[in-house]
Design a protein around this ligand. Structure first.
Ligand SMILES: [Zn+2]
Length: 509
């Protein structure tokens, strides 16, 4: 006799969103999949054998808070779909496919809210598993509602799919076991009140490198299945934002000991997290870039990194590049890539390649100082083949001949504007506008740490601590709802102890 396959539901909303950017993420920012076939198609690996019921999965680029209406609509659809599935037959398992740092307008714990609604539809008996980004947050509500929680072990996230595969495999096994009368796994959560940007916690460098390297040894212990370390998400102002360690497995004592051991190791390194690259104010970075003989010299405009949720249109860097004498004169060539600005992009398209016009660039979403930058420009190239929608490369003209566009001469500055928020991490993004990652003396890009193509192209680079919705200088942002004490907001935090271990699982619910 063969055991029947476990019946497993899948749903989730995956976005990383900053509460400090004025950008609002909405339905248009998401790729939405509905139904089992479309959702399973998302996984580039052989999913474990099970009878799957996919309901709805939505994912987006990092952004701002998700508008409440879109969220509530998807939540209602997920709950209704799961209720209908349960009416056919109970679900043995449910895979909660999320990022873990979703912010929704007027919700402090969006994933906690969503899983609570899902639990009400699927019931207490269903085994729930989730596999998250290590920049997600684990609230007590999320921990209580999920039986199995795991997250990536690398940043950059080279193991994103491997993590989901591990999560789905553990879920399928556990769901079948619990259905057949076996015990639920034991689980333990320890929060460590440290809130750090990803640029200080890359697993390529210490101390994150060796902290994550401890995980395989912990998971090999008897009675321990999985141990994970969430860095947490620094750009949301919510009580759940902090580092978290979760372990699960079949031996309560071993699981709790493993979680507390890794939490203590993180706590011991609490003062050792540093930026992945040398940093400075944008002015300091630009001084160094102009003076350097390393070409191209890259500067990361990190406070407005759309990859972490920045608006993608602050003008702090652009205004300073445009004003810089060596760039105005053309002695130093510079590229600013990119700012989302549909109006300027459309105006450039109307003018056509070679056309000259006066524009005001940027600061339409994030209007902070210095605001839109007035520029006289010549359209160098146009393209609409990429994920940015329309894009335009604009060569900035010497603007002191205001009104006399025809005779104005080009400066050393080129700026790229786009119709949609976008990240310029790959060679082909530049090539479609006739640009090259190495074709300028100075390249300023809205990023955090440089991605592989950029890193290889850069002869040297600096991380500029610019203001924005994902400011790397967390103390400037004005968090007021996070727990305290919290590093780096407070000088010291207490060591985690046995009293800080939340536990659960093990017995029938
Ligand atoms: Zn991440």
């Amino acid at each position: 006799m063969t055991t029947p396959l476990p019946r497993i539901g899948i749903a989730g909303i995956a976005i990383e969103s900053s509460t400090f950017t004025p950008y609002r993420s909405g339905e248009k920012d998401f790729e939405v999949r509905r139904g089992t076939a479309e959702i399973l198609d998302r996984y580039p690996f052989d999913v474990p054998a099970a009878e799957y019921v996919g309901v709805l999965h939505a994912r987006a680029l990092p952004g701002g808070q998700l508008d409440r209406e879109a969220y509530e609509g998807w939540k209602a659809e997920i709950v209704a779909g799961l209720r209908a599935a349960v009416e056919d037959a109970p679900l043995d398992g449910f895979f909660f496919d999320i990022h873990g740092a979703m912010s929704v307008v007027d919700l402090d714990d969006a994933e906690g809210d969503l899983i609570t609604a899902i639990r009400s539809a699927i019931g207490a008996q269903t085994v729930v598993g989730t596999a998250m980004d290590l920049h997600g947050n684990v609230s007590e509500t999320l921990f209580e509602a999920c039986d199995l929680l795991t997250c990536y072990r690398h940043a950059p996230h080279i193991d994103a799919w491997e993590t989901r595969e591990r999560g789905m495999r553990d879920l399928a096994e556990t769901a079948a076991r619990v259905r057949d009368g076996g015990p639920r796994p034991h689980k333990a959560l320890v929060h460590v009140p440290i809130l750090l940007p990803g640029e200080k916690t890359s697993t390529r460098i210490e101390p994150a490198k060796s902290l994550y390297a401890r995980i395989p040894e912990l998971t090999e212990r008897d009675g321990v299945t999985d141990v994970s370390y969430w860095i947490g998400f620094a750009w949301a102002d919510q009580p759940r934002c902090k580092a978290a360690i979760v372990a699960f497995g079949d031996a309560a004592e071993a699981v709790e000991a493993a979680a507390l051991e890794l939490a203590t190791a993180v706590w011991e390194k609490r003062h050792e997290f540093e930026f992945v690259a040398p940093t400075g104010t944008f002015e300091q970075c630009l001084d160094q870039a102009v003076a350097s003989t390393a070409r191209p010299f890259w500067i990361s405009d990190s406070g407005d990194n759309p990859g972490a949720g920045g608006a993608d249109d602050t003008t702090y860097a652009l205004a300073r590049l445009a004003a810089r004498e060596e760039i105005r004169s053309g002695a130093v060539s510079a590229l600013m890539v990119s700012l989302v600005d549909p109006a300027t992009t459309d105006a450039a398209w109307e003018a056509g390649a070679g056309g000259r016009l006066e524009v005001e660039v940027g600061a339409r979403i994030d209007t902070r100082e210095p605001g839109p930058v007035p520029l006289a420009v010549e359209v160098a190239a146009l393209d609409e083949s990429g994920p940015t929608g329309r894009a335009a490369a604009l060569r900035v003209l010497a603007a002191d001949t205001s009104g006399d566009l025809a005779s104005a001469r080009p400066t050393g500055l080129t700026v790229v504007v786009t119709g949609r928020r976008s990240q310029w991490a790959r060679h082909e993004m530049f090539e479609r506008l006739g640009l090259s990652m190495t074709g300028f003396d100075v390249v300023t890009v809205k990023m955090g740490y440089l991605e592989p193509d950029q890193y290889e192209a850069a002869a040297d680079w600096l991380l500029a601590l610019t203001p924005g919705g994902v400011d790397q200088d967390l103390l400037r942002l004005g968090h007021s709802c996070i727990d305290r004490p919290m590093i780096p907001f407070d000088a010291e935090i207490p060591a985690p102890g046995a009293g800080d271990v939340f536990t659960g699982g093990g017995s029938p619910r």
